[in-house]
Design a binder for this molecule. Structure first.
Ligand code: ADP
Ligand code: MG
Length: 519
């Protein structure tokens, strides 16, 4: 509260009083009141389903409140639609992007701003320089990485000269390396007097960036705090209403024979911007969790593709991938799944699910081999129950098994995909970023589930750029650096210094060959 008085620069920009929004019987926002000053970076915190996006959508004119009022720069307003909000100076960067892939950056932006592409190109360049958002106006959107697409969205927003920008989970689509650039932009915006509403599940991000935080739980505000004086644990406790349990775990008791192994695998990337995998040897035994740390872009995607069978090895290939001792490097995903492998891919929207399909149909995509199809016919009742079990088991917030995947928030869809893969009762699980975009309570539940699975004898490989996650659950951690794998560090020996130096490539190849034994 102290912070707010200090940063006060005149009258509030936005005053929300007693805003309520219902969906049928369900109250998604219940009597929300909030004030925002110019230049204030204000976090909205809460578990998946707490009502954060609903509140943002009311401020952006996407949803109409059932009751309550909004005052913008001292005057009561009723927002009719987003265009109205934009005209007043309110901009929003969405969690899911809304760009046309086949158009260039400037063409996309020209759809929202009635100016010639020529004039826009120079304004885009100007805004990019001012706010440190490098984007090429002539690049085709389909060629852009997630971080670059987000810059396009932010640039489009900034060109309309907003006084308030709403960012709904902007960091959940970014590789960690791109986060500091975004934060620099946000700080510049705030310094120029623009207010920012910022939603994130990463409490450390909020503590370093935001002046004030409003915590929501089940549609209500439960606290307003200065995040800098809180700890991540105290913020988490406010969010979920109790202490976050840390996964309880006993020592790993892995069997000796690896379930999954790679032997001296070297592979050129199939995409010109990909990473070459360089002489990778790796073993995952039943009953252990092996973590792969590293800054994303160091071969994680390529490694996952080789393990899952999405990228089968070429006919003439040095090195091998083995499942229970048998060579499987040339077989496809279906073949590997049939042997008891399950995967949680990094990209939940493209690879993990099909947006236009219902959750039931998405469950069938990988569950077909588990008794969901008989004599060539889909067993609808069984599929429905399977999807329902995943929803129940992972506490997925959605309207039911017939909800389309795209109707779920990112975190909820992630929970569904993890639930589906676990329900397949795999012998080997390969999971990339298993808790990406998932709130802190659900992330801790997923981690506990993974540890339990390990105790049941499942071999688990987790690729994650969240080091804390790996430190919490992995029994051994390797680091991936420019396509090379470091030796593994046993759980008790992991220190920030050691893993940090491995992540930066300081490990010796000699050690590597000693560490990993042959077939
Ligand atoms: P958050 O952004 O905090 O994760 P949301 O504001 O998206 O939460 O959702 C809050 C609750 O409202 C969720 O339980 C969600 O299922 C429900 N909800 C959101 N939008 C709709 C809608 N259009 N129809 C029905 N229920 C909805
Ligand atoms: Mg949301």
């Amino acid at each position: 509260m102290k912070q707010a008085t200090e940063s006060r620069r005149g009258d509030p920009l936005l005053v929300i009083s007693d805003l309520t929004k219902r969906f049928g019987e369900f109250t998604a926002n219940d009597g929300i009141s909030l004030e925002l000053e110019p230049g204030e970076i204000h976090a909205i915190l809460g578990e998946n389903g707490a009502g954060k996006s609903t509140l943002m959508k009311m401020i952006y004119g996407v949803l109409k409140p059932d009751s309550g009022t909004l005052k913008w720069r001292g005057k009561p307003v009723i927002l009719h639609n987003p265009a109205h909000a934009r005209a007043l100076g309110i901009g929003m960067v969405f969690q899911h992007f809304s760009l046309f892939e086949s158009l260039t950056v400037a063409e996309n932006i020209s759809l929202a701003i009635p100016e010639t592409v020529k004039l826009l190109r120079s304004r885009i360049a100007e805004v990019s320089t001012r706010y440190g958002l490098p984007v090429d106006p002539d690049a085709l959107v389909h060629k852009l990485a997630m971080g670059q697409r987000q810059r396009v969205e932010i640039t489009r927003c900034l060109l309309q000269e907003p006084q308030l920008i709403i960012m709904d989970e902007p960091t959940s689509v970014l590789p960690p390396s791109a986060v500091p650039i975004l934060f620099e932009t946000i700080r510049k915006l705030a310094a120029s007097g623009c207010a920012v509403l910022f939603i994130s599940h990463k409490l450390e991000e909020i503590r370093s960036l935001c002046h004030k935080a409003t915590v929501m739980r089940a549609g209500r505000i439960v606290a307003t705090v200065d995040p800098a004086v809180e700890s991540s644990a105290s913020l988490a406790k406010l969010m979920i209403g109790r202490d976050i349990p840390h996964p309880s775990r006993s020592a790993a008791k892995p069997s000796d024979v690896p379930a999954l192994s790679l032997h001296n695998l070297t592979l050129a990337p199939d995409d010109p911007f990909g990473t070459r995998l360089d002489d990778i040897s790796l073993q995952v035994r039943p009953g252990e969790i092996v973590g792969i740390a590293g800054v994303s872009g160091n071969g994680q995607r390529e490694l996952a593709a080789v393990l899952s069978g999405e990228q089968p090895l070429p006919a003439k290939q040095n090195g091998s991938v083995r499942l229970f001792g048998g060579d499987c490097g040339h077989s496809d995903c279906g073949h590997r799944r049939a042997q008891g492998m399950a995967f949680v891919p990094e990209d939940r929207n493209g690879r993990g699910s099909v947006a236009e399909m219902t959750l039931e149909q998405n469950a069938l995509l990988t569950g077909y081999a588990r008794n969901l199809v008989a004599y060539g016919f889909v067993r609808n009742a069984a599929v429905s129950k399977f999807a329902q079990d995943c929803i129940h088991e992972m506490d997925v917030r959605c309207s039911g098994g017939d909800a389309e995947a795209r109707s779920l928030s990112g975190g909820n869809l992630q929970k569904f995909i993890v639930g589906r893969e676990l329900a397949l009762k795999p012998k080997i699980l390969v999971a990339s970023q298993p808790t990406w975009g998932v709130d802190i309570g659900a992330a801790s539940a997923i981690r506990q589930r993974l540890v339990d699975l390990r105790d049941e004898g499942v071999a688990i490989l987790i690729i994650s750029d969240e080091l804390e996650e790996l430190v919490e659950i992995a029994d051994r951690v390797h680091a991936l650096f420019r396509g090379s794998l470091s030796p593994s560090i046993e759980r008790g020996d992991v220190t920030d210094e050691l893993i940090g130096s491995y992540m930066a490539g300081n490990f010796s190849p000699e050690k590597l060959s000693v560490e990993v034994s042959g077939p």
